[in-house]
Design a protein around this ligand. Structure first.
Ligand code: GLU
Length: 373
């Protein structure tokens, strides 16, 4: 089974749900609100969009379950609440999505998991495999073990990292506000909603100064950080109110709702730039057939086309791809380590598991991770 293909070519959408959306501004998770959100996500899923949910609410669910204990604001207290609440949160999602015959898969991440290559690739593989099997990933930060050093800290930034991880085209940040305003709408009657942000610069950040919501961790600042992070790798971000009817469906259909942040680059360009900026750690020589396929059709590199693997690199390393005469064709991020590739030379993809005893997918380098020179 391929680790990167989905059953559809519709763009991947990451939807981030803040605590204030899930509670509908109350002290407890609103089942009614969650059902409405799940209905929309299920509808997108049925239309064929690969949808990933990043959901807050573990701490709120824990507070509710323990009947609002008096706790100080320490990290330990929050971790305790998250430990109690995360299971309940995912249980609720499982029940609600089961009404639409959709299975959910829980993925708990920290920054530590995403900042090293192996962790990054593993998380990516898991998420793409869930999507390929039409399972709805529901992600949260792994609050119970995330200390200051390794946590992302807010789910806005986490959702942008996830969007980056799965090459999402669209990141929807649902919150209790209609979008980004020219001033704080609660205090300034002249405040106007900004429909589109083309360049996310200091002026835009200045608009968000001090805005924060009650129960969740993120305010407008973290949403702008998320939009910036997502935009750098080609993802469009929309900030909109989770309370609007059909908000996700309308956004996915291209209606102008909330504030849209246009990415500064396309995903492909940003990926290519990133790959080209990396120092290659090895080289794979391919046969003439594979060279033509890479050059003409932008195909993935399969083990069957490889004739030689030079260097001592790990899975996830950037390596050069060379034509039989030694000319550099491309640079790409490999799914297998050098010692594995040496065992796979000339092997058909279907045989990878037999040869290695495991597989990271059919491609040695997936075309999404390949920049032609
Ligand atoms: N991970 C936290 C929770 O589930 C929320 C973090 C956030 O709201 O940004 O309660």
């Amino acid at each position: 089974m391929s680790n990167t293909k989905t059953t559809t070519s519709l763009p991947r959408i990451v939807i981030k749900l803040g605590t204030s959306v899930l509670t509908n501004g109350t002290k407890r998770l609103s089942r009614r609100r969650m059902l409405e959100i799940v209905r929309q996500a299920a509808h997108l899923h049925e239309q064929g969009y690969p949808v990933i949910i990043v959901s807050s609410g573990a701490i709120a669910a824990g507070r509710e379950a323990l009947n609002y204990p008096e706790l100080d604001r320490s990290l330990r207290g929050k971790q305790m609440l998250a430990a109690v609440g995360q299971g309940r949160l995912i249980q609720l999602y499982s029940e609600l999505f089961s009404l639409f015959d959709i299975n959910v898969g829980q993925v708990l991440l920290t920054r530590g998991d995403l900042s090293n290559r192996t962790g990054y690739l593993n998380a990516r593989d898991t998420l793409l495999t869930l999507l390929a099997h039409r399972i709805m990933p529901v992600i949260n930060e792994n609050d119970t073990i995330a200390t200051e050093e390794i946590k992302v800290g807010d789910n806005d930034n986490l959702s942008a990292l996830v969007a980056n991880l799965v090459d999402a085209e669209l990141l929807i940040l649902l919150t209790d506000q209609l979008g980004l305003y020219t001033a704080d709408p609660r205090t300034n009657p002249d405040a106007a909603l900004i429909p589109v942000v083309e360049t996310l610069d200091e002026h835009i950040f200045a608009l968000a100064g001090g805005t924060s919501t009650g129960l969740g961790t993120g305010g407008m600042i973290t949403k702008l950080q998320a939009a910036q992070l997502a935009g750098r790798s080609g993802t469009t971000t929309v900030i909109a109110s989770g309370g609007l009817p059909d908000v996700m469906l309308d956004i996915a259909a291209g209606k102008h709702i909330g504030t849209t942040f246009l990415p500064g680059t396309t995903y492909r360009d940003s990926r290519k730039r990133w790959l080209l900026s990396e120092k290659s750690q090895g080289a794979l020589t391919v046969d003439a057939g594979a060279a033509t396929k890479l050059r003409k059709n932008g195909a993935s590199l399969l083990p069957v086309g490889i004739t030689q693997a030079a260097g001592d690199f790990e899975r996830g390393a950037p390596v050069r791809v060379l034509a039989p005469d030694g000319t550099a064709l491309a640079i790409g991020m490999t799914n297998y380590a050098a010692h594995e590739i040496r065992q796979l030379i000339g092997v058909r993809s279907a045989q990878i598991e037999t040869v290695l005893g495991y597989t990271y997918g059919q491609e040695v380098i997936h075309r999404d991770n390949l920049a032609l020179l």
